[in-house]
Design a protein. Structure first.
Length: 170
């Protein structure tokens, strides 16, 4: 079961999946002086600034604050997201609520001295819906604030198969 917190509610995804692999992406961040460095992480049109001295739980909270991402697990071996010595893909992000093959996150240094390697896919996300288990519609009856963006992920397949997923940005 996949859910996303929306205010005080948990919204249930309307799908059941088998043979699902969560996607994991990784990158490395080096900053000789982690006291004032930072970098931007962008995913599907939404971005967040991450301080170089952030812990894994702080990075996880910042990434989950993006409207385009649900639950993630962030791990790295050091105490801070950016280490003073270069490392091999020391930061790993596992997407726990987004299913399938996902777009690669984009990274950019916001201050000189922060060195980033481009993110790469360590584990390709995979999902296969179980046909006939749930209704294939959802009627939203709750009133929502029109100023809050909505994100919907739709997929379809038939006996021939399905095509390559294309992200849309609101």
């Amino acid at each position: 079961m996949h859910t996303k917190e929306y205010g005080t509610e948990n919204i249930q995804a309307s799908t059941v999946d088998i043979a699902t692999n969560s996607e994991t992406q990784a990158f490395s961040c080096t900053d000789a002086d982690t006291s004032d460095g930072s970098f931007d992480l962008e995913y599907m049109g939404h971005s967040v600034t991450i301080p170089s001295a952030s812990t894994a739980s702080e990075v996880e909270t910042l990434i989950e604050s993006l409207d385009s991402i649900g639950d993630v697990t962030v791990t790295f071996a050091t105490d801070e997201v950016c280490d003073a010595t270069p490392g091999e893909r020391n930061v790993q992000i596992r997407f726990d609520s987004e299913l399938g093959d996902l777009p690669i996150i984009a990274l950019s240094a916001t201050l000189a001295g922060v060195a980033l390697t481009p993110a790469e896919e360590l584990t390709k996300g995979r999902t296969q819906a179980v046909v006939g288990r749930l209704p294939y519609h959802k009627i939203i009856t709750e009133e929502r604030d029109a100023s809050v963006p909505w994100f919907v992920r739709v997929s379809a397949f038939n006996t021939v198969g399905y095509g390559v997923a294309n992200p849309t940005i609101p």
